[in-house]
Design a protein around this ligand. Sequence first.
Ligand code: AVJ
Length: 331
Amino acid sequence: MQPFVSREISLIEHFARDIVDGLSEENNKKWIKPRYLYDEVGSSLFERICEQPEYYPFRTETGILKRYDQKIFKFMDADVSVVELGSGNSAKTRILLSSLLERQKHVFYLPIDVSQEILLKTTHDLNREFTRLDTFGIAADYSEGIREACNISAKNRAMPERKVVLFLGSTIGNFEYSEAIEFLISLRANMQAGDFLLLGFDLQKDVKLVEDAYNDRLGFTSAFNLNLLSRINRELGGEFIQTNFRHLAFYNTDHHRIEMNLISKITHDVYVNRLGRSFSFSENERIHTENSYKFTLEKMKDIVEGSGFRIAENFLDHGNLYCVSLMVVNS
Ligand code: AVJ
């Protein structure tokens, strides 16, 4: 079995189209999809963010997984394959994989991520690190990736029929509520009765604590956000000057979400060579780059139950900062 597959055809065309769409808007309506934050540079900056003391989600989720890994797998009475959406460097997943390898002779792991570079490296590292683990990386967006994962498991008779899908890191917080439901419904369509979903999400809490997490003192979040402009320069021949923009992240209490923006410090035009056009920015105009929703347990219950899942158990840290929910597919 080839340990890697890429379904990310003509990503550059998508990127070009999305940049034109998003940056042609006027009056503070400019936007760029958060998935574009994660190129090779962005993904490694995100890893640095996770090491910052202000960024509680990463270490809190890691703590929850370390504490409850056994308890999570106790719910599963047959061997499972592991599919992960947005796996990044799979740092937290190693905890789960080690724990699963204590229960199963062999584990198949299918990480799906939009960042090819990180995925290639992770696939390679994991296959060397663990002997009874088969990692098969899928470079694709989630819907394409999950279909591919199903194909692979249908073709490989050694793979257990049951799967556990991991969607960790509060990535679900990037979606609007309606998109989250749509997403979970389409995920559900690729799952069978007896399959599990392990979903990590961030909880509503003291505003200062949340805002600090997106404004770390050393500026890694700012660099992560500003890298979007450098990515446009690298991939589309843009002429953005990073220092003409600044990072702004704040908590929107009405919508229970962090909003990340890039603010133009001055009124100026920026030419993008491969698009053959320029974009205008006025002083203090924003480009909206990410939403990160914070949930209550009740809100998430509504979302998942509206999508054909049932919560088996919620696992929280002592401070109630973060939740990892184990869900089962409703039959
Ligand atoms: C990976 C989307 C969960 O929203 O906390 C971290 C991304 N952005 N700092 C988050 C992020 C700024 C992160 N997610």
